[in-house]
Design a protein around this ligand. Structure first.
Ligand code: UFG
Length: 323
């Protein structure tokens, strides 16, 4: 049985990946500082080590306690707007924290890491769909920090034989089919949960700009079901000995803010009130992935990412959420 360290395993994408790892017979060990993670999101009997990536001694002890075959590294702050206002917080936690993790890994002889990167490393798209060769010019500290880590991996591969796959997520969404876990951010800033809250509360959701250069004037994103993301991490563990580099995880399908609202209305069976607000700083008009490389290299077969399934699963979670 393979023992996998999952940093940030109590967070949104992390907890869905832990659930799937367990179901597939892996032995995940979660390291999380629980600043944003939820203990309740973990399957029973999953070891949880409460450790912060700033704590180099704590990391060393963690790697002494377990013999890990590989690491899946989710732990990071992920509010784009906050990263612009407070970049120090992001570089310290996301970049220095990852350097600390890598030090502990290499010292313990653990050389495989699957990493949560982001389409935010590309910045303003020069063309769509965005492939992995698209120039990377991030426009916020969140994306810049993730890109720095990608560069660190490439250097560490050359120097220390680190094996790595950086998965560049587009818009993670949805919840697992049995609705036991789902998206739970505080504060919540993501579109789909806010639309579903509007459906429940009769307070309007804000559309951040309807004058973009898109078919209906609202921003277009590439939504990917969290369980399809989770699968890609597990496939990445399997190919990491023969492929190192970055892969886009998206569906290659653009969905506008208005289309999300319409799809949510159909799922909930109720009108969702909205109001047009001003543009949110730093939002590109359209972010859509070219995903051929991930499909080819991982043998990835996303199964849950049509927008109805994403929203229906998110709605089941919203109605019954425990945390
Ligand atoms: N939006 C609204 N109203 C809201 C919330 C969002 O109109 O109340 C719009 C946004 O302007 C955007 C779209 O809905 O056009 C999706 O917004 P999200 O906040 O759900 O997602 P983002 O595309 O901004 O962010 C996602 C990830 C980030 C990642 C980023 C890369 O959540 O971690 O993609 O661009 F960095």
């Amino acid at each position: 049985m393979k023992t996998i360290l999952v940093t940030g395993g109590a967070g949104y994408i992390g907890s869905h990946t832990v659930k799937r790892l367990s179901a597939l017979g892996y032995a995940p060990v979660v390291a999380d500082n629980l600043v944003y993670g939820h203990k309740e999101a973990l399957p029973q009997n999953t070891p949880l080590e409460i450790v912060d990536l700033a704590d180099r001694g704590g990391l060393k002890a963690l790697f002494a306690k377990y013999k890990f075959d590989a690491v899946i590294h989710f732990a990071a702050y992920a509010y784009v707007g906050e990263s612009v206002a407070n970049p120090a917080k992001y570089y310290r936690n996301n970049v220095i924290g990852t350097l600390n993790l890598l030090d502990a890994m290499l010292e313990a002889g653990v050389k495989k890491i699957v990493f949560s990167s982001t389409c935010a490393t590309y910045g303003e798209p020069q063309y769509t769909p965005i492939d992995e060769a698209h120039p990377q010019n991030p426009i916020n500290a969140y994306g810049a920090g993730k890109l720095m880590i990608e560069r660190v991996f490439a250097d560490y591969k050359r120097a220390y034989d680190l094996r790595y796959i950086a998965l560049r997520y587009f818009n993670a969404a949805g919840a697992t089919a049995d609705a036991t876990i789902g998206e739970s951010h505080n504060p919540e800033t993501h579109l789909i949960p806010l639309v579903l809250r509007a459906a429940q509360s009769d307070k309007p959701v804000q559309i951040f700009g309807d004058d973009y250069d898109t078919a209906d004037g609202t921003c277009v994103r590439d939504y990917i079901h969290v369980d399809d993301l989770a699968d890609a991490h597990i496939l990445a563990l399997k190919v990491i000995d023969r492929y190192n580099g970055a892969l886009n995880l998206g569906m290659g399908v653009g969905v506008s803010v208005r289309e999300i609202i319409n799809a949510a209305q159909a799922v909930v069976g109720k009108k969702v009130l909205f109001e047009i607000a001003k543009r949110r700083a730093g939002d590109p008009a359209k972010l859509v992935a070219a995903n051929a490389k991930a499909i080819d290299i991982l043998g990835w077969n996303p199964r849950y990412s049509d927008i109805e399934t994403i929203i229906a699963s998110a709605w089941n979670w919203e109605k019954s959420r425990r945390f």
